[in-house]
Ligand binder design. Sequence first.
Ligand SMILES: C[S@@+](CC[C@H](N)C(=O)[O-])C[C@H]1O[C@@H](n2cnc3c(N)ncnc32)[C@H](O)[C@@H]1O
Length: 308
Amino acid sequence: MNIAFNNHKPVLLEAISKYESLISDGSNIFDGTFGGGGYSDYFLKSKTDVHIYACDLDQNAIDYYISNNSKSNKLQLVKSNFEDYISFFNSSFFDIIVADLGYSSNQLDFSNRGFSYLKGDEVLDLRYNTDDDLPAYQKIRLLKTDRELSKVIFQYSGETFSSRIGKNLFAFISANNQVIYVSEIVKSIEASIPKKFMHKRNAILSRVWQALRVWVNNEFDSLENFLVTSLDKLKPSGMLMVTCFNSLEDKIVTKFMRNASKKDIVDDFGNTEQFFEIITKKPITPSDLEIQNNIRSRSATLRIIKKI
Ligand SMILES: C[S@@+](CC[C@H](N)C(=O)[O-])C[C@H]1O[C@@H](n2cnc3c(N)ncnc32)[C@H](O)[C@@H]1O
């Protein structure tokens, strides 16, 4: 990738840095969503001798980082889904596991894969990993009915007009055997919004985009699998930190952490033990200053759970 590719501002890094005391010489850290490397870079620059195991689904993110940074033997960076990569490690291996979900600002601005409804001339691709699966518009063509598409939109965004949007979008994409551009999808969605709700256009477009992206990348299944495996990979006192950008993924993380922190029965006498403790009773959210400097951070929530 030759174009400028540096627009990333790691979200909620200040909050994460408060847990620096967890890191000591020899600590192992897992960064499941490397992106522009903001979180990994922070850990790399901490004074101690840490080992960072990082992955991203997007080869461009990895290539860009490698070609712009000197090699460090503290960082192992691979192209992988976090749910797969974490499963390679031994139990009780990591002091910190971080995941900063969704897409990066670099992907939004420079990937040319239609991550924003504002990028009319980009193809509706929406994949993090372009070596796998199909771009969004082709995946939609594989659906059998408009109801399947409406269901995807509703399930992954809760959009009220999902039926009308799914119907029109499916008809448009199925009738067309060419590459489909973002501007064409926007037009089809706009035609599905009743006139008196047009003032909600931007929110509706954002929701549909979220739904299609989550579906194309199978984001919620990956997240659920990753969360389950992560707990096993934490050392005692180790922490899992997850940053979410929408209420549906935050719900998955909250429910998961709540269940994991429940007391388990450990013997025939009904004695119970708690194995994990929620550190963030309420999610950590960005300060006004962070939101001012990085508007994308406004919807971020950070939740942390600790192995006892
Ligand atoms: C919000 S960005 C991460 C930003 C990063 N923390 C930083 O400071 O630059 C999310 C990144 O996660 C990647 N990603 C999304 N889902 C993934 C998954 N299941 N496995 C691995 N990487 C994933 C995306 O390609 C994107 O680069």
